[in-house]
Design a binder for this molecule. Structure first.
Ligand SMILES: [Zn+2]
Length: 276
């Protein structure tokens, strides 16, 4: 299975009705937040007043991932606002038959966050988190509906949302992030995967390895060490050739074969990393 992404335009109700007619599996409307205080800067997701538990969990997961990536906090109730700000935002997502989220990952009015919104790296990070969230919550693939907040409304075609501190608009930058996320979703088939541990530098994947679903991970900032508690029957590392070599000397023939397989997988992973 694969993902296809379609951008919906027109007034918000029409977008949602069109996505319903197309039987989309997930619906995303992208905004950036804005506040009176330039220091306001938290991640929050609006879900409809009738939101399913999938919408709520998806929204919370996304807000937490954004807050972790950008070193901010989550807003609302653990990252979500059910029914929006006293109703504002509710109508943007409550008419879909599929899970739907309205994203407010960063503040356009916060100068530091506006810089991140304008930067290639910031947009790439937001796109990656969104694509990952869709892969996680909708692992079977299907049609994903994207809606750029404010832009392309029939009733007010010139709306671009909030101004970014330092220049640019909310809607134009939301569109850039959604375009990047659409590319990421189209690049790989939808495959339900096991739990993976990954190391990234910027937008580049340096290393990934499967970890046991039950394994406990602990980070030591003193040692810069992420420790995976040995669950006895750990899956073979995929992306660190040195680990495959280390296993070989004390191993019987079948382990050497496994190490070879791991090295091949590592090469594949590295190639995939470069493509990204
Ligand atoms: Zn907005």
């Amino acid at each position: 299975m694969a993902y296809t992404v379609k951008f919906y335009k027109g007034d918000y109700l029409q977008r949602q009705q069109a996505a319903n007619a197309d039987r989309a599996v997930a619906y995303v409307e992208h905004h950036f937040n804005s506040g009176a205080s330039p220091s306001a800067g938290y991640a929050v997701v609006v879900v409809g007043s009738n939101a399913s538990s999938t919408s709520r969990n998806w929204g919370r997961w996304y807000a937490r991932a954004v807050a972790d990536q950008f070193g901010t906090q989550v807003g609302g109730d653990g990252g979500i606002l059910v029914g929006g700000w006293a109703g504002r935002g509710d109508g943007n997502v409550k008419h879909t038959r599929m899970p739907a989220v309205l994203l407010e990952p960063l503040f356009a009015s916060n100068p530091q966050q506006a810089d991140a919104i304008r930067s290639e790296a910031g947009q790439a990070a937001l796109a990656r988190i969104l694509a990952e969230s869709i892969r996680r919550f909708f692992p079977d693939g299907g049609l994903v509906a994207f809606s750029v907040g404010h832009k392309y409304k029939t009733s007010s075609p010139n709306d671009r949302g909030a101004a970014l501190a330092g220049g640019g608009t909310e809607a134009d930058h939301a569109e850039l992030v959604l375009q990047k996320a659409a590319q990421l979703l189209a690049a790989e088939p939808a495959v339900p995967t096991q739990r993976m541990l990954r190391v990234m530098r910027g937008d580049t994947l340096l290393f990934e390895t499967p970890v046991d679903e039950d394994a406990t991970l602990s980070w030591s900032s003193e040692r810069n060490l992420l420790y995976i508690a040995d669950s006895g029957d750990a899956p073979a590392p995929r992306a660190l050739p040195a680990a495959g070599k280390a296993a070989a000397p004390k191993a019987a023939a079948h382990t050497a074969a496994a190490a070879g397989k791991a090295a091949a997988a590592a090469r594949k992973t590295a190639a995939r990393g470069r493509r990204r």
